[in-house]
Design a protein around this ligand. Structure first.
Ligand code: CP
Length: 306
């Protein structure tokens, strides 16, 4: 957490103790999500890119805690279309709100907003860079299903180049001795800078382009991701790679019984519908966990104790 203004831009803002504390807070919210502790607080949700889960779960969190929400889900209806800068937009909204939750298509936009904003910023996704609140709910889901965060075998599958959630996950898991398996087509491999990050922190990782029942047999967590069509400048390349990996139910035949399948969602076709009925499918519950985790993150940014 950036203590200067309590923003959450990246997982680098949270140390291990803080991550574990926030997960504990989230568990309290899961036991009772309705607490009127944001009375008089206004939270702005500024979404310059589409969202279903992140925006609605943040807004639900504010509503369940008794605060109020302002904002937009379509930047085309705002004065940014008239040329207003991001800085001016942030300065204006900070006149009205106590906390700004922002998704933006530019990498680094949340960092910049946190530097100019007098109120805290929570990064709800900046381009292909980071999605820290998603990672916090991913950690919550892993801890809840595996009983621990330490020593997990985590398979990241799909678009590891543009998928911002997998980048944030590397940062968060550096405290917990994971072994990562990066499974991606050659065009969508984990970027070198993130592999350097793993080397720097001693995070173990293996890379593969193969995806089958034998490869995933020792997974604790199978983290599927969508190929991020909106990040491709060449749509022909997207068409070439979009169906590379599809998880079918019969591919789970050798998986550990305790293994869980996560996905930040939305999915397109990378998890076939027949997987939904498997006890290993956890992605809808994972999205539900986002509410409790975001309640904790909002209270933390507003310095409200529970
Ligand atoms: N996981 C996630 O960020 O989903 P949305 O794009 O629907 O917010």
């Amino acid at each position: 957490m950036n203590q200067k203004n309590r923003s959450l831009v990246t997982l680098e803002d949270l140390d291990k103790e803080k991550i574990l504390h926030l997960l504990d807070q989230a568990a309290k919210f899961e036991s009772n999500p309705n607490r009127k502790i944001l009375d008089g607080k206004i939270v702005a949700t500024l979404f310059f890119e589409p969202s279903t889960r992140t925006r609605l779960s943040f807004e639900t969190a504010v509503n369940r805690l008794g605060g109020r929400v302002i904002g937009f889900s379509d930047a085309a209806t705002t004065s940014s279309t008239k040329g207003e800068t991001l800085k001016d937009t942030i300065m204006m909204v900070s006149n009205y709100a106590d906390l700004i939750i922002m998704r933006h298509y530019l990498e680094g936009a949340a960092r910049y907003a946190s530097e100019v904003s007098p109120v805290p910023i929570i990064n709800a996704g900046d381009g292909a860079n980071q999605h820290p609140s998603q990672t916090m709910l991913d950690l919550y889901s892993m801890k809840k299903t595996q009983g621990r965060l330490e020593d997990l075998n985590i398979y990241l599958v799909g678009d590891l180049k543009y998928g911002r959630t997998v980048h944030s996950m590397l940062q968060a898991m550096r405290y917990f001795n994971p072994t990562f398996h990066f499974i991606a087509p050659s065009e969508l491999q984990m970027p070198e800078e993130w592999k350097d990050y793993c080397r720097h922190y001693g995070i173990k990782f293996h890379e593969s382009t193969e995806f089958n029942e034998d490869i995933i047999a020792d997974a604790d967590i199978l983290y599927m991701t969508r190929v991020q069509k909106e990040r491709f400048s060449d749509l022909l390349e997207y068409e070439r790679v979009k169906n590379t990996y599809i998880l079918h139910r019969d591919m789970l035949c050798k998986a550990k019984p305790t293994m869980k399948i996560l996905h930040p969602l939305p999915r397109v076709n990378e998890i076939s519908q027949d997987v939904d009925e498997s006890p290993m499918a956890y992605y809808f519950q994972q999205a539900k966990n986002g509410l409790f985790v975001r309640e904790a993150l909002i209270c933390n940014s507003l310095d409200i104790q529970i």
